[in-house]
Write a protein that binds this ligand. Sequence first.
Ligand code: ADP
Length: 746
Amino acid sequence: MSRLESKQRWVLGIGGILLTLLLAAVFTFGSLDVPFHPKSWREVMALYAVSSFITAALLVFLLILGRTTLRLWVERRREQLGARFKTKMVVGAMALSLLPIVFMFIVSYSLINRSLLLWFPKPLEIASGETQKLLNDLGRTQLPRLRGLALQVQSERQRSGDDFLQHAFAKGADAVWILDQAGNVIRGGAVCENQREDRRGVICVESNLPGKFLRSLLSGIEVWQAGDRNFFGARVQDFENGEPTGFTVATYRTSPGVLTRLAAIESQTQEYYQAKQDLRALKRQMLLILLFFTVLLLSAVMWVALFLAKQVTVPIQALAEGTREVSSGNFDYQVPEQAQDELGVLVRSFNTMTTQLRDSRAQIDEFTRSLQQAVQELERRRQLMETVLESIPTGVLSLDGSGTVLRMNTSVLRMFGIHEPGLQSLEVLLGADGARTVQHLMRRSLRMGVVSREMETVVAGRVLHLAVTVSSLGPRRANTGYVLVLDDLSELLRSQKTEAWQEVARRIAHEIKNPLTPIHLSAQRLSRFLEKRDASQQGASPDPELEKLVQECSRLIEREVSTLASLVNEFSQFVRFPAAKLTSANANMIVQEAVEVFSGRLDRVTLKSHLTENLPMIRADAGLIRSVVVNLIDNAAEALESSSFREIAVSTKSLADAEAVQICVADTGHGISPEDKDKLFLPHFSTKDRGTGLGLAIAARIIAEHGGSIHVEDNFPVGARFVIELPVAELTPTTVGGHSGSSTAL
Ligand code: ADP
């Protein structure tokens, strides 16, 4: 049994005892003959004690009632949990009990009133008054007769002894006494008990029978006692020589218990009138007692109502506290069991529920932890995947079922030369034709899973050779999208073409070189033969026309052969390209040296250089790179010939992300068409009459040997821009290049 339970039992026990005592008090007081007319100090004390107790108890209970009501009101104002229920219970109980209690109060009060009235009934009051009057009338009628008798007896007082008594009794008296002035009996006597009514003869007397004055009645009649007999009498004053000497008392005999009865009547009457006098006080007292019991009952009702309400509200409060704790996440909270009945079941169920919740939360926590681990693992894999996707040069796009681009890696942006991040549609990336082709591939991939094909598209003014692979992410009905993989084949194709051209150049050089020397020698021999013959014949030529023709032809053959030889030499140089000797070099320095080559040689052309300071060193063969830059400036100068505004800008900058240095040669010349951009770096391509088309091909090879890249873009607003990117040698910035950042106009 819990502490609380035992405490409750104690309270219940004490409450029960108090209630029993109070009920006992109710019955006791109800049947009490309360001493309202206290006759001794003890009764006064008792009356005061009872009155004080009742008043004090009444006050105490009134205070308890008031305090409980006030507490309830405060609890209600504060909207304390359970206050409304308590109020309802108390108000309900009070309302239920108030009617019978008030009814009982009124009935009891009226009953008491009636009972009190019954105590003083009218006939009794009349009888009492009449008795009193009767006594008085009796006295008033008897007294003159007795006085007269006493006067008659007084006249006989001179007689002595029995004679006096004989005469006195003969006059009708039953007993006579002579008293002194102080009222003491001097002499006298009474007739015998057995004396006949007829007193004409000798009368039997009991002389010297001492009489005893008992009391005088209200009417003035005196009551005397002699032996065991009682007498009513009256006295008259005796005089001797005008002086009062004493009294003469004449009496009639009366019944022996008359005095007792008289006393009883008198005392009862007096008590009756006294009680009647105290009736108001009695009524007040009764009202007080009734009020006390009413308040007591109301307090008891309120107490019981509160006790019952607490039986409900305390567990409900505990449950509310529990709910609050649980809602704030404390699943370890257990509601202390304070209820026995259905609420106890509720509390136990609540505790079971919180225990289950705690277990479930532990399971959920465990599950969440493993889920978090799984999510972290997934995130790690996703990041790895993303890093892989972002670091590969291949462009990867994911598309939904309708062909809308959902994701793309940066290689796609790089490939298509897009600088703003964000998603682009297939039409924007590949153009209308390209997008149509991809959509066709997407449809095919639904049947075949994965499909590939090569395609060309013009991007930022250059032709892009792409290998497009489309994979569908499911069969036609359950397809959730596609993955589009784009490989830029331009570089590969270019190097393949370069290799093919190298082979062609090597064979042509080989095939052409062999017959060139005999042709050259034959032409020289022909020329020399004609010269010798001219000298020997001294101007007499048999056929001067033929001679002139042969001489012209042999000179032409010699000149063209030497042109052909130089072409073959360039072809050979292209084929037998010297291996680059890579060392640490300063890009700014290389550019400056290249620019200096053109110092004072360019006609009406502005050559500017914008060199970024603190460029990192590059790993390069400075001579080869310089020849490339010289070639680019030379080409730019040639492209400017027909332009009105002629400017060549050479610049350098560091590409921190790519760990590379960029060299850029831009001109304001006629620019390059998209188709030509693709062919530009091939050996055979030239738009010039006597151009070999090898310059850019060699430049591309040199840059490739350095592990770098070269490409051409449109210059803004006109012209072409050749961009070379070379990997850095080390990460520390170089201090070489004092001219860096300068802008030179040549
Ligand atoms: P070549 O100079 O012998 O023609 P190149 O390989 O140096 O051979 O150049 C190939 C072609 O590229 C040129 O014929 C020219 O049409 C074009 N070209 C090169 N540089 C430029 C330029 N800066 N502006 C316009 N076209 C250029």
